[in-house]
Design a protein around this ligand. Structure first.
Ligand code: ATP
Ligand code: MG
Length: 424
């Protein structure tokens, strides 16, 4: 194979065998989001680079990982690395603040980050996310957290953990940063240059560092809730009491700060110990200033996003069954002269919502049955000379080998009876 045509590094083809997992997760998510009256929004996969430069300039995503390009009209564009900024942009572009109710939106699609590819980390990956825009009520934070919990448990996942924290508002931020600095100051000289840099510019980001030396120092970090303003403290306590009220299991984690700059107040993360190094499935939080920072009206909002690839890895790791695809009927014509009649049978079954496959290259029983098994068909309709004479086809259940003779006119009814409503 020529190198020029190889799969781009950090990307994947999702083949038909795999797609059942994708459809199952997408359908489950969509179903659960509609239970909470969240509606789908689709935005372009590229945006003006400035959008991300403006709101996540401090994060590695913009500093190192963004796929940017100049188009033929000299516009600076970026393949979207995340979904929240584009949706905030769409909220402003389309004047959604004028909508009668606050905007409850969900999205799904590919995201792009120039990262070092490894298990659970790709350059094109896929997220599903929600954004609840227009309410600063702590109930909204609790609602999106509850929705993520309902989604992961409905999918059958076990051992998922929700961590939550508050990074406070703009006014608490300097207080929190001062606390962190004060706490780490005496050990500063033991830390890497990179961390000393962070200490100076963005001490909050030190909290989720994977550096082991720093982690040992941080293990003694006092409860950071003390550094929050009364208003932020109240907000966070309300979120916690709603979650308690709804019996959502979560854990307060004072070192949790998310990678994206725009978060205020509540932040949360869903992790699984079964995933190894890339253990974070879902991340989210409140972003009360993002829309204002983009030139829109002051609009509080809260949301989350989860990664499809990691979630599907986890479903497989935990051997969680996903719904089987619908029953497939294979029609075998034992001779070219019966192919037209088989086509009629196929179309009639399809009119009745039954999935049918038919192959015209094979005309002998052995060829057909091998192919039907390879395709994992559930039933085989056999139509040859005997069937033509008797005006009855043979229908073979490929799982248990049971076979019935069924008059031509009764084929649809035969399948409807044995399949019941299961196939629709
Ligand atoms: P991580 O700490 O693993 O880098 P993140 O903080 O960058 O995650 P977010 O930007 O919050 O993640 O995105 C939410 C989710 O998207 C993650 O929890 C993860 O499931 C998924 N995700 C993020 N980056 C990638 C990637 N490069 N490849 C696959 N999935 C990803
Ligand atoms: Mg990341």
């Amino acid at each position: 194979m020529s190198m020029d045509y190889s799969l781009p590094r950090g990307t994947q083809d999702i083949l038909p065998d795999e797609i059942n997992y994708w459809n199952h997760v997408e359908q489950t998510a969509k179903h659960i989001f509609s239970l909470y009256n969240f509606n789908e929004i689709r935005t372009p996969i590229f945006e003006s680079s400035n959008l991300f430069n403006r709101v996540i300039s401090e994060s590695d995503i913009v500093k190192k990982e963004m796929y940017t390009f100049t188009d033929k009209g000299n516009r600076e564009l970026a393949l979207r690395p995340e979904g929240t900024a584009p949706i905030a942009r769409a909220f402003i572009t389309n004047n959604l603040s004028r909508a009668p109710q606050h905007s409850k939106l969900f999205y799904k699609g590919p995201m792009f980050r120039y990262e070092r590819p490894q298990a659970g980390r790709y350059r094109q990956f896929h997220q599903i996310g929600v954004e609840s825009i227009g309410s600063d009520h702590p109930f909204s934070d609790a609602e999106v957290i509850t929705m993520s919990y309902r989604l992961f448990t409905s999918l059958g996942l076990r051992n998922v953990k929700i961590y939550i924290n508050s990074v406070g508002s703009d006014t608490c931020r300097p207080v929190i940063e001062a606390r962190i600095k004060q706490f780490l100051a005496s050990n500063l000289s033991q830390l890497s240059e990179n961390l000393q840099e962070k200490f100076k510019n963005n001490p909050l980001k030190m909290l989720d560092s994977k550096d082991e030396t720093l982690q040992t120092y941080l293990s003694g970090l006092p409860d950071m809730r003390e550094a929050l303003s009364q208003q932020s403290k109240d907000h966070f306590n309300f979120v916690i009491s709603y979650l308690d009220h709804l019996n959502i299991p979560f854990e307060y984690k004072p070192t949790l700060v998310r990678g994206l700059d725009y978060y205020t107040e509540t932040v949360f993360e869903v992790v699984s110990e079964d995933l190894g190094a890339q253990n974070s499935i879902c991340g989210g939080g409140r972003y009360n200033n993002l829309i204002k920072n983009l030139g829109g009206p002051q609009t509080p909002a809260v949301g989350f996003a989860f990664g499809m690839e990691r979630l599907i890895m986890l479903l497989k790791k935990q051997s969680i069954p996903i719904p089987k695809r619908p029953v497939l009927v294979y029609i075998a014509a034992l001779g070219k002269e019966y192919q037209m009649e088989c086509l009629n049978i196929a179309e009639e079954l399809r009119n009745n919502m039954i999935n049918v496959t038919i192959d015209y290259s094979k005309v002998d029983f052995n060829g057909h049955i091998k192919l039907a098994q390879k395709m994992l068909a559930d039933y085989m309709i056999i139509f040859g000379e005997k069937e033509f004479e008797s005006k009855q086809v043979s229908i073979k259940n490929l799982a248990n080998r049971h076979q019935d003779d069924v008059p031509f006119a009764g084929i649809t009814n035969y399948f409807q009876t044995i399949l019941g409503d299961a196939h629709v």
